[in-house]
Design a protein around this ligand. Sequence first.
Ligand SMILES: Cc1cc2nc3c(=O)[nH]c(=O)nc-3n(C[C@H](O)[C@H](O)[C@H](O)COP(=O)(O)O)c2cc1C
Length: 158
Amino acid sequence: MERITIYEAQKCTSPNPITLVCAQMPDGGTNLAAISWWTYLANKPPMIGFAISKRSYTGELIEQTKRAILSIPGEALKESAFRCGCVSGRVVNKAKEFNIEMAKGFPVHSKLAFVCSLESMLEVGDHIFYACNVEEILYNPDEKQLYCWDGYKRLGTL
Ligand SMILES: Cc1cc2nc3c(=O)[nH]c(=O)nc-3n(C[C@H](O)[C@H](O)[C@H](O)COP(=O)(O)O)c2cc1C
């Protein structure tokens, strides 16, 4: 076996999951960030967790509101969900700019939506890991789920 970097390992484990982490902004709107690093943590009670860069606006909003919705985006959001990972909500209202139709705080074209409350946080290098209680899970069987391909280069279905 050969030694490789973490970036190369992440390409090897692709396709990776993709979510849009939805967090409420002070003006009542919703900020959307493309986040691949999420995982289930427990079934009893249902818990999930995700790691977000310390520099992100999303982390700041979750710490203020103690809430987030994790949306698994459907195929209609192939381009726009990727764009949510390329710019900060500090400078752009992403839902508005990228024409993402929203309802009840998350994109209409979601395959799944995990409605969460913040349980605890852990500093992990240059990221913060947010462990959350899942209060409700909503499912739309008609949406085709997106994944990250070639590491985190593009989104597409399986
Ligand atoms: C496909 C993809 C996956 C990403 N996954 C993560 C991730 O797991 N954690 C993270 O901190 N940033 C991730 N990013 C980068 C954030 O989405 C990006 O920094 C975003 O601008 C943060 O937005 P915010 O400042 O509005 O919170 C990803 C970007 C892309 C394109």
